[in-house]
Design a protein. Structure first.
Lengths: 336, 271
């Protein structure tokens, strides 16, 4: 096999793995948008907040330590214990559920029946607020997140491909783990929405609020539930991205990468978020490989690199023009 | 007391005591009085019609009963006790099911799934018990599924069970909405213009279903309808509203001969 093809395959595989990470973030958006029509700009910050909370709890950090010290003149920073990873994750889930409840109680319950743009603006405000709270609570320094996810090159894949092709593929264990977890998460979400009472209620609310009320579904309960699930998805995304590139402010910007994924997959489709993420992941890696650095077709087209920064957005733009509802989104048909 | 009021209709159905009692209901939207001091009751097992010209406040009345509107004055008594102000979903859980004038179905879900949402109140399993105790949850799902299928059979919509509701024609959607309300086995069923926009044949079908539901399950029904022929045929007692006031209340015959009602519908000669 020619080297370029092998190289391309490795790039595509890595692209798929990267795509899974995008999908994880996009999933959170889709969940909330489907159930309540809110485009949650704060989803990225929620991932950051969840990751920071996880690290903070794990390390036994005192929340709001700087605030407490500045107010009372004390000097406390740590409780002096560390919490095992699994317990810390569970505690973070509890925090995210409390956050979901608070968001609905103090923000969205007062904005029922408002225009989508107003709800969207509220989530922008929420994003800034949460960012501030996260910094105040756990400090703004860059943190390393370690919950025991294997990292580094997967020796088995490297060895096997070397034997077969004479060229070893470099696949990161973290990416493989992320893929497995994302698959489990999606399977779980699908099972939840189709086979449980709350899942059926959730689909009902997503479809028609008035009808949902008339069969005895509490909208508030469902909204808290869906924000909790989105918070959980944000935690998973935060763990994966945090383990990959450290827990820092830039983590919240992964939300921007989720936007083109959503435009491709459609804002209302869970499979769409997955497929959209994969297409963008593979697409941007292959495009960079072929045209960005000119390694295909004898280097006829060589854009000089850094195409990964804009490829996803250009692709999304093309979709906006030709298929605005995305690949899996609900087509908007006006009956006259 | 209630038993003393019990009576048997000409076609052999038993009408029992009061299920819902509306006492001096007044509903305002800003300065507009949509409902002015109206009282009437609905008795167990009967078909009670609410009629009146457009804008008379019929739908508002139904929305008061189902909790979508909260009246400024008056009390709603349900099954012998005054009802505190409630959210619509709480009213639904108390056993009052309804359909809507403009159909409110879950368009993206199948007919079966729509009907199953009517059973939500009967399913006790939550997320955690469902994941931990799978067999129990599956049994519960099975029982409720059977109940939903009975309603589907009864309303003769077996053939479209798996069809997404959004694809159905108007008449069938109305029937699915009725099925969803029935699946909840309501103590009181509210129908807001169940025959609006239907052709004669569809109206006959729907009338038959309403009578059958009342007959077979003994369901108490309150309905709003514009087609006078249908109303007079179906209902045991009729409330007539005009400009938010009650202008008549009684059997179809009594209402038909009520001068105020005739005036409201045909207009009054001014001389």
């Amino acid at each position: 096999m020619p080297d370029t093809l092998l190289y391309g395959m490795e790039v595509a595989l890595n692209g798929l793995m990267a795509g899974v990470m995008y999908s994880l973030v996009a999933l959170g958006f889709v969940l909330i948008f489907k159930a309540s029509g809110i485009f949650n700009y704060a989803q990225g910050v929620m991932a950051l907040f969840a990751a920071m909370t996880l690290v903070g709890i794990q390390n036994g950090q005192v929340p709001f330590a700087h605030l407490i010290n500045a107010t009372f003149g004390t000097n406390i920073h740590h409780f002096g214990w560390t919490v095992p990873a699994l317990l810390a994750i569970l505690l973070t889930v509890v925090v995210m559920i409390a956050f979901a409840w608070a968001v609905n109680r103090f923000v969205f319950r007062h904005l029922v029946n408002q225009e989508p743009i107003i709800l969207f603006m509220a989530t922008i405000g929420l994003a800034f607020f949460l960012e501030g709270v996260a910094d105040l609570m756990w400090g703004a320094d860059i943190k390393t997140l370690d919950v025991g996810i294997p990292q580094g090159i997967n020796e088995w894949i490297d060895g096997t491909t070397f034997e077969v092709f004479g060229y070893g593929f470099f696949i990161d264990n973290l990416d493989i783990t992320a893929t497995v977890i994302a698959a489990l998460l999606v399977a779980g979400l699908v099972a939840f929405s189709h086979y449980t009472k709350q899942g059926r209620a959730l689909r009902a609310v997503a479809d028609d609020h008035q009808a949902a009320l008339s069969v005895g579904i509490s909208l508030n309960f469902i909204w808290v539930l869906v924000w909790s699930i989105a918070g959980f998805v944000a935690l998973v995304a935060g763990i994966m991205w945090g383990a990959k590139s450290g827990v820092q402010f830039s983590l919240s910007l992964i939300a921007l990468k989720a936007l083109p994924v959503l435009m491709l997959g459609g804002f209302t489709s869970i499979p769409g978020a997955i497929v959209g993420g994969l297409i963008i992941g593979v697409g941007e890696k292959l495009f960079e490989f072929c045209f960005g650095t000119g390694q295909c077709f004898g280097g006829v087209i060589n854009l000089g690199g850094a195409t990964e920064n804009w490829f996803a957005y250009v692709l999304a733009l093309i979709f906006l023009v030709f298929r605005p509802q995305g690949l899996f989104g609900e087509k908007i048909i006006e009956r006259v | 007391m209630l038993d003393a009021e019990r009576y048997v209709t000409a076609d052999g159905r038993t009408i029992g005591g009061t299920v819902l009692d509306l006492r001096n209901i007044t509903l305002r939207f800003g300065g507009v009085e949509a409902i002015k001091d109206i009282s009437f009751d609905i008795r167990e097992g009967e078909i009670r019609a609410i009629i009146g010209p457009n804008g008379a406040g019929k739908s508002s009345m139904l929305n008061v009963i189902s909790g979508f509107y909260v009246p400024q004055e008056g009390e709603v008594w349900f099954r012998g006790a005054p009802r505190p102000p409630m959210k619509p979903y709480q009213v639904a859980r108390q056993g009052i099911a309804r359909t809507f004038q403009n159909i409110a179905l879950f368009e993206g879900m199948s007919v079966l799934d729509n009907v199953m949402t009517g059973r939500l109140g009967y399913m006790s399993s939550n997320l955690f018990t469902q994941s931990l105790w799978w067999t129990g949850a599956a049994k519960e799902e099975e029982e409720n599924r059977a109940a939903a299928e009975r309603v589907i059979d009864f309303l003769e919509i077996q053939a479209i069970r798996k069809t997404p509701v959004g694809r159905l024609p108007y008449g069938l959607k109305k029937r699915v909405e009725l099925a969803r309300a029935l699946a909840a086995e309501p103590k009181l069923l509210l129908l807001d213009e169940p025959m609006a926009g239907m052709n004669v044949e569809e109206k006959e079908d729907m009338s038959r279903f309403i009578l059958d539901v009342n007959d077979e399950f003994g369901t108490t029904i309150a309905l709003i309808e514009h087609d006078m022929g249908v109303v007079m045929d179906l209902s045991d007692r009729v409330v007539v509203m005009d400009y938010g006031r009650k202008i008549g209340d009684g059997t179809p015959d009594e209402v038909r001969n009520n001068q105020d009602v005739i005036d409201a519908y045909l207009g009054v000669a001014h001389d």
